[in-house]
Design a protein around this ligand. Sequence first.
Ligand code: CCH
Length: 287
Amino acid sequence: GASATPKVFAPKFDDYQAVYNEIASRLEEKDDYDDGSYGPVLVRLAWHASGTYDKETGTGGSNGATMRFAPESDHGANAGLKAARDFLEPVKAKFPWITYSDLWILGGVCAIQEMLGPQIPYRPGRNDRDAAACTPDGRLPDASQAQDHLRNIFYRMGFNDQEIVALSGAHALGRCHTDRSGFDGPWTFSPTVLTNDYYKLLLDEKWQWKKWNGPKQYEDKKTKSLMMLPTDMALIQDKKFNQWVEKYAADNELFFKDFSNVIVKLFELGVPFAENSERWVFKTVNA
Ligand code: CCH
């Protein structure tokens, strides 16, 4: 008789493009959130899933999606990211074959591309893990600190000074929320579009301490409607960082190229990809 070949669903590019399209259409549809987009908080979810990586022990990183569980979900740095996880839940329900950890990173990739950022090559291969793989608190940066702290945190993941500055350009997107981090306000006037405005504003505006009862942060002297965290200001206070701020402020193309490279690296930290795995570039909705 005919021997039945077991049918194992092995998703390919088109399958992941379909997931991408679903995330993109939800982004478009749910435009009553924050500044009109879930995009920024999706980027932050992908970053906080990845930024727990420790190169010495190989622990943390986007493999595992352990932020689904306490204690990681309750870490102060992750306050508010439930909004992003909940946004992706119906996508997971529609495409149950994708792991949460691949989905969260695809959410970040889709959000960056749909917010007019550069192409972010992507490959799947992350496996979900249980609460036992949660990382200890304190692996993500503390916004009240300065350059030494930034170097400690990002060198632990394996990044250099140029990469720290390139990654920080993500703060062109989104805002701080008093009920999440305690800080308040956006960094740029266009928080749902990725540009090099973060660097331009750092250099061009006059920044002063905001007078309020909240945590210490800066406001722009002119409009008092933008903000910078102490860690953002460290990028212009430190000579080595500042060189890169100037380069990215002057050249959006260079920023896009370096941002794409470094965020691919961030999103892949500690992921056990198959040896022959290749990266894909997904088509944007308007392409
Ligand atoms: Fe960030 N970030 N971030 N950040 N971040 C916050 C919001 C966003 C720090 C602190 C904060 C990166 C690096 C740092 C985003 C992407 C990246 C907030 C406000 C704080 C505080 C949270 C709130 O109240 O909702 C610090 C410190 C560092 C040190 O380097 C990096 C790297 C990335 C991505 C590559 C994005 C996007 C947001 C906006 C989220 C939103 O909900 O709008």
